[in-house]
Design a protein around this ligand. Structure first.
Ligand SMILES: Cc1ncc(COP(=O)(O)O)c(C=O)c1O
Length: 397
């Protein structure tokens, strides 16, 4: 990641085709569009690549999560269990619907710990939302078992893991719904965009309508369409979809490059005393967008992070201190800092997080460094980088 590094003729050609028609909206304008429907084409290609029946494109990964939850009927007071290590978008989507985000610990997979999820179940729980952080999947089989036992939905936040695999299925396709982000820094990008995928025909129909103000998309006159329920505007534009379509057709090329670069980096670090790697759940395959590893303890991880930056090795993240990805810096969430009033139930639940103990997660995150795997590196560049990383880490270990 990220796909913008390899923008080329394919992306330019797709954009040009949209500009030639002048139709930037995904719906309507049949007479002008010369048969070009980039968003619809992208959805068809994405559903096929992800081996599901349906894909719905929207304006961002955050929108994909919001629309997925809404389409599955999540609303005021429902609880959604999600991990303490994610991007703020995961809980924002829940809050946008008046539902309640409930945080649970991660384990050495850096994703939801299924045992920690069990402890957060209440009669109000409606969804378990694992987040496949940094290119690798959660233990979906265990989470699905919990969902089945308690009548819950499994919604995968696969925004950072397109191309990863679990139990032979593409990440995002195992649960009831799966969500992707195509924002500017993702493995495939369309600038700003996202998508949800599902095999569930009802959820798909809801998503199609909800993401476009509730339009039922029947007939050819938008003004005459019905509105079965209240929706919102999460539409993607044809321009964004065109770039994304070109990038999707290159996904396997990008994954191959990521895997090569990841393997070169990892080979140099394997065997360094004190370094171990994030656990990938059984049957899981990473998309190789990050190489994540554990140092023996927090102090060493901090020193390693500093030394890597000083050696000019960019893109090595220490999430433990990051303002956006880890619960420690989510004071705004724990203080229920909304711009306007929140419902009593949401507010009470958010404030109660201040007393929660996430030391199991802190144990793993305090020792973790994740290094971005770039697409643009040549073999020589990544080999030099690997040698340099190993040398820096050897000195701090
Ligand atoms: C795990 C996760 N979920 C959701 C999102 C939101 O995606 P977007 O930026 O497209 O809204 C991101 C974006 O970084 C993410 O990393």
């Amino acid at each position: 990641m990220p796909g913008f590094e390899l923008f080329g003729e394919a992306e330019r050609e797709q954009v040009q085709q949209v500009m030639d028609t002048g139709v930037l909206m995904r719906y309507g304008f049949e007479g002008m569009r010369q048969g070009r429907w980039k968003a619809a084409e992208f959805e068809k290609a994405l559903a096929s690549r992800m081996q599901v029946r349906h894909a719905q494109l929207v304006s961002s990964g955050t929108a994909a999560l919001t629309v997925a939850l809404a389409s599955a009927g999540v609303g005021a007071g429902d609880e959604v269990i999600l991990p303490v290590f994610t991007f703020v978008a995961s809980f924002e989507a829940v809050l946008a619907l008046g539902a309640i985000p409930v945080l649970a610990d991660i384990d050495d997979t850096l994703t939801l710990d299924p045992k920690a999820v069990e402890k957060q179940l209440t009669p109000r729980t409606k969804v378990i939302m694992p987040v496949h952080m940094c290119g690798s999947v959660a233990d979906l089989r265990a989470l699905k078992t919990t969902c089945t036992a308690h009548g819950l939905l499994l919604i995968e936040d696969a925004c950072q893991a397109i191309g990863a695999i679990y139990a032979g299925k593409p990440a995002g396709s195992y649960g009831d719904l799966g969500c992707f982000s195509f924002d500017y820094v993702k493995t495939i990008t369309c600038g700003e965009g996202g998508a949800l995928i599902t095999d569930n025909g009802l959820f798909y129909r809801n998503a199609d309508q909800y993401s476009d103000h509730g339009h039922d998309h029947t007939g050819k006159d938008r003004g005459a369409e019905g509105h079965p329920f209240m929706g919102y505007n999460y539409r993607i534009s044809e321009l964004n979809a065109a770039i994304g379509l070109a990038q999707l057709l290159r996904l396997d090329e990008f994954l191959g490059i990521q895997e090569r670069n990841y393997s070169i980096l990892k080979e140099k670090l394997v065997g360094l005393p004190g370094i171990s790697f994030r656990r990938v759940p059984e049957t899981g395959v990473e998309n190789y967008s990050f190489l994540s590893f554990f140092l023996p303890e927090e102090g060493v991880a901090r020193r390693a992070h500093k030394a890597l930056a000083e050696a000019g090795l960019d893109g090595c993240f220490y999430w433990y201190d990051n303002n956006w990805h880890y619960h420690r810096k989510w004071e705004h969430l724990k203080k229920a800092a909304g711009m306007g009033p929140l419902s009593t139930a949401v507010r009470a639940s958010l404030l109660s997080m201040q007393n929660r103990d996430f030391s199991r997660s802190d144990y793993w995150m305090g020792r973790t460094i994740s290094c971005l795997v770039k697409l643009g590196w040549t073999s020589d560049e990544v080999s030099a980088r690997a040698a340099s990383m190993a040398s820096v880490l050897r000195k701090v270990l």
